[in-house]
Write a protein that binds this ligand. Structure first.
Ligand code: PEP
Ligand code: MG
Length: 576
């Protein structure tokens, strides 16, 4: 029966697909012991589910292409090997035959046993294998429990999958993207989380805060994910499907209209030129940035190189990625951010300290990099080598005070000397910038400006730290609001300080690409916006309708607002 579940939009779009639950561990498992006569039948069911899981992995492999395929195939190989592991299979058979467990209960038992074994291992790599074992067994459990009507299965077979999860880590999202995933429905989370950013980057529609998703959706249910309205329609009707087709047509038309703007200059209504830069994580982002006429890359988040694999990326691997980025932008400037690991971006290779009580306030970003100078130097060497291939700037995340910039510069200088000794080409200069995302850095920005060449404001984190509201917690939506007066005053302070020091200031948080905030940022004096490339044409379109001089004249008035509601009302009036 049709059912509509509402959620918050984290990445726009629509998708039609079948549901894939990632928490099969939540499924009720039948724990009644088997009768003697049931054992053989149960073993049959178990092996059928194992075969289905093997078949699914083979199909996945067939669907993958390109660079992502190489990375994801690694996971698929590991999972396929586990499914044929003699010990695992013997253990399962014994649980059914001797222990009289039903298949679901046997799989669950085996998952718990193996998880405990891996958990106890000292080696971080071996410990991380626990996730593989869990994922493989969960896949078999879900194959075992799949129930669906034959008609729905027929339609579902022709469409891809929509992930239904409690929450999803960026690393899992990067991995699943290669599986032909169509969209994500999460029961918790917020639109400012890194997973949401990645979903936008991958072009996957995503809803967060769909509280009742896991209780109401079953594996293989047909789902219409409507991340335009903020709804998940379970068992959509013909009427829903026609709405979906209308959206597809409209999206194509809008795409054609905006495409005409791809080569247009970016100017406000009163003729002021604005730079639109791209936030890029993948080569697809780089291609899109070029296609949409970006003025360069304003933020390349290198940590995604660290999240996709279990081992740390080598110097050459990083060099190739950064060089491809610079060359891919064909002479336009690119800004590479050094690794911003920690908080919700835990790496797979075990660099991030586990068990910190407050990871968002812990050893993340430049704090982490400086504690691992040899890992950081590998990245610095790769950046310096790649900087010979085109204009590049380097950006340091989570800066709090000047000594961090000084320490980073020292490491850059040492790496330069090392590379010189090795007769490796070096760029003449490499401008270094500070991310402004810690309140102390924003307040004391003048001190940082003495030690860097440019600033990039990270409003996603700055808002979280100024407002003491976790960017991933949807329960704090009424507080985590970009129009909070305290945040507006800080933004204005940082932008003015940059202008007075004659150093460029860009803003690369999510609000830069949200047309609802374009007028606000112009009013605050911003000239460089960095956003996901899919937003560039929308923002260019919006800028052409705005009069910068008029907005600037009202800046002081807006900065006197007492509440975000008041700021919102004032802004609407100023824009007119
Ligand atoms: C930010 O904090 O605004 C930002 C751009 O960095 P990230 O979202 O990667 O933390
Ligand atoms: Mg940040």
């Amino acid at each position: 029966m049709r059912q509509v579940l509402s959620g918050t939009i984290a990445a726009h779009g629509m998708a039609l697909g079948r549901a894939r639950l990632v928490q099969p561990s939540r499924y009720a498992v039948d724990t009644r012991p088997l009768e003697e006569g049931e054992v053989e039948g149960e073993l049959g069911l178990l092996h059928e589910a194992l075969d289905t899981a093997r078949q699914e992995l083979r199909e996945l492999r067939g669907k993958l292409h390109g660079a992502l395929a190489r990375e994801v195939n690694e996971f698929i190989d590991a999972h396929s090997l586990l499914l044929d592991d003699a010990e695992l299979l013997r253990g399962l058979d014994d649980l059914v035959r001797v222990g009289r467990y039903r298949s679901g209960a046997a799989l669950k038992k085996q998952r718990e046993r193996l998880s405990a074994v891996f958990e106890a291992m000292d080696d971080p790599y071996l410990r991380s294998r626990k996730e593989d074992v869990e994922q493989v067994i969960n896949r078999v459990i879900s194959a075992l429990q799949r129930q669906t009507s034959p008609e729905e299965r027929k339609l579902a077979a022709r469409v891809g999958e929509i992930l239904i999860a409690d929450s999803i880590a960026p690393a899992d999202m990067a991995q699943l993207a290669g599986y032909g995933l169509l969209g994500v429905v999460a029961s918790s989370g917020s639109a400012y989380s890194h997973s949401a950013i990645l979903a936008r980057s991958l072009g996957l529609p995503m809803l967060v805060g769909t509280r009742d998703a896991l209780a109401n959706i079953r594996d293989d249910d047909l789902i219409l994910l409507d991340a335009e309205r903020g709804e998940t329609v379970v068992h959509p009707t013909a009427q829903d499907l026609s709405r979906y087709r209308a959206w597809q047509r409209e999206a194509a038309n809008e795409g054609r209209r905006l495409a005409k703007l791809a080569n247009a200059p970016t100017r406000t209504r009163d003729g002021i030129e604005i730079a639109l830069l791209a936030n890029a994580e993948t080569s697809a982002d780089v291609a899109l940035a070029r296609a949409r006429g970006a003025d360069g890359v304003g933020l390349y988040r290198t940590e995604f190189l660290f999240l996709r694999k279990r081992a740390l990326p080598s110097e050459d691997e990083q060099f190739t990625a950064y060089r491809d980025l610079v060359m891919g932008m064909g002479g336009l400037p690119v800004t590479i951010r050094t690794m911003d690991l920690g908080a919700d971006k835990a790496d797979a290779a075990g660099l991030v300290a586990r068990g910190e009580e407050n990871p968002a306030l812990g050893v993340r970003g430049v704090r982490l990099s400086l504690r691992h100078p040899s890992v950081f130097t590998t990245q610095i060497r790769a950046i310096l080598r790649a900087a010979c291939y085109g204009p590049m700037r380097v950006l340091i995340p989570m800066v709090t005070q000047p000594d961090e910039l000084i320490a980073v510069r020292t490491l850059f200088n040492l790496a330069r000397q090392e590379l010189k000794r090795e007769n490796i080409d070096l760029p003449e200069k490499l401008p270094m910038g500070a991310m402004i995302e810690v309140p102390a850095a924003a307040i004391n920005v003048r001190a940082l400006l003495e030690h860097c060449d440019f600033l990039a404001i990270g409003t996603n984190d700055l808002a979280q730290y100024v407002l003491a509201a976790d960017r991933g917690n949807d329960a704090l939506d009424n507080i985590y609001n970009p129009l909070q007066p305290a945040l507006l005053r800080l933004l204005s302070h940082v932008i003015s300080a940059g202008r007075r020091a004659r150093k460029p200031v860009s803003l690369c948080g999510e609000i830069a690409g949200d047309v609802n905030f374009t007028a606000l940022l112009l009013l605050l004096g911003l000239h460089e916006f960095s956003m996901h490339p899919s937003q560039i044409l929308h923002v260019r379109d919006r800028l052409a309708t705005l009069d910068r001089a008029h907005l600037r004249r009202h800046a002081a008035q807006l900065l006197r607002a007492h509440t975000h509601e008041q700021a919102e009302a004032m802004l609407a009036e100023i824009v007119g």
